[in-house]
Design a protein around this ligand. Structure first.
Ligand code: NDP
Ligand code: OXD
Length: 310
């Protein structure tokens, strides 16, 4: 009965091993780089595992993604496709995402970037913006995180819209579904939040064509994944003032390379993939509970659908 942990960075790996071991004393929990008896390994707990990371483990029962997204697991070209993938989600993840989305939507809504620039220039300019009730904000992706973010925005008073693959009903949110309703949704979003999973269908979805469908001067917040965004299309849309601002938490390459133009762009806010992180003390409780339940029942509610890609 053994579990391997694979997370970039020795300190983080050790942090998770320590926390998990305390909760699961009957299990042997080791780094994937020093797994001991590979045949005894039945679970792998991972964030951005190396390509082929699972090949040594013939008796894996499940792979645990240390996050809501499973794209980093599916990216493995040698992934044993039949192994179930368990997502790690929970109230902390949802709460942190609610906070991040509220913070940045409010910042766009009240034009904080301009107010901060005015302060640096010692300029007293009173900007008048509409109340939130007259500011339509759209959330792409209405899953665990998107629906929580949308409900938070609605509670703040924003006119809130949401778009998903299949039709969803969420109190206080005007919902749209699928390709057929995408343009109608986009046409109303003055602030657009991307909380989609990364799949073949959503890669590159934040592109020139989409930006052109938003009201002129709209802003974009990408908290999904870096490859949702076509970087050059964003820069062009900001240059032409079709978009006024973007907040980006996720990038094609992370950490964002120091020479990347996003770092110094006056109308881009960069955050280092911190919208909603899972910490080991809380996250390990969710991981341990999921593994123990999977052992007992062969299933957990947080199982991802690898065919669907999320
Ligand atoms: P869920 O799987 O719970 O929800 C995904 C949502 O996206 C669903 O509403 C789904 O539609 C919708 N969706 C999927 N594909 C499409 C499509 N082709 N067209 C329209 N809608 C689509 O995911 P979570 O809410 O838990 O997480 C979403 C993503 O957020 C993660 O995959 C990850 O990439 C990102 N994330 C980022 C973090 C950060 O710190 N920046 C932290 C955590 C997650 P339907 O409802 O019809 O299935
Ligand atoms: C996640 C993330 O997928 O942190 O949970 O990005």
């Amino acid at each position: 009965m053994s579990i391997v942990v694979s997370i970039p960075g020795v300190d983080k790996t050790n942090w998770w091993i320590e926390q998990l071991q305390a909760l699961m004393p009957s299990w042997t929990i080791r780094s994937i780089d020093d797994p001991g008896d590979a045949d005894a390994v039945t679970y792998a707990v991972v964030w951005k595992p190396a390509d082929g990371a699972f090949l040594p483990f013939a008796n894996l029962k499940a792979i645990v993604s240390l996050g809501a997204g499973i794209d980093h697991v599916l990216a493995d070209t040698k992934l044993p496709r039949q192994i179930p993938i368990i997502r790690t989600v929970g109230t902390d993840l949802t709460q942190r995402m609610r906070e991040y989305v509220a913070l940045h939507v409010l910042s766009h809504h009240r034009d904080m970037p301009t107010i901060s620039a005015n302060q640096r220039a010692r300029q007293w300019k009173q900007l008048v913006v509409p109340p939130a009730t007259d500011r339509p904000v759209g959330v792409m992706g209405l899953g665990n995180l998107g629906s929580a973010a949308a409900s938070t925005l609605s509670a703040l008073g924003f006119e809130t819209l949401g778009w998903s693959r299949t039709q969803r009903e969420i109190e206080g949110i005007t919902t749209f579904a699928g390709d057929a309703e995408f343009a109608a949704f986009l046409g109303r979003c003055e602030i657009l939040v991307c909380l989609l999973p990364l799949t073949d269908a959503t890669t590159g979805i934040l592109n020139a064509e989409l930006f052109a469908k938003l009201p002129k001067g709209a802003s974009v917040i990408n908290v999904g994944r870096g490859p949702h965004l076509v970087d050059d299309d964003l820069l062009a849309a900001l240059d032409s003032s079709q978009l006024s601002h973007a907040t980006l938490d996720v990038f094609h390459v992370e950490p964002l390379p120091s020479e990347h133009p996003f770092w110094s762009h006056p109308r881009i806010t960069v955050t280092p993939h911190i919208a909603s992180l899972i910490d080991a003390p809380t996250g390990s409780r969710i991981v341990a509970a999921n593994i123990e339940r999977f052992e007992r029942e062969g299933n957990v509610p947080d199982l991802a659908d690898a065919e669907r890609g999320y």
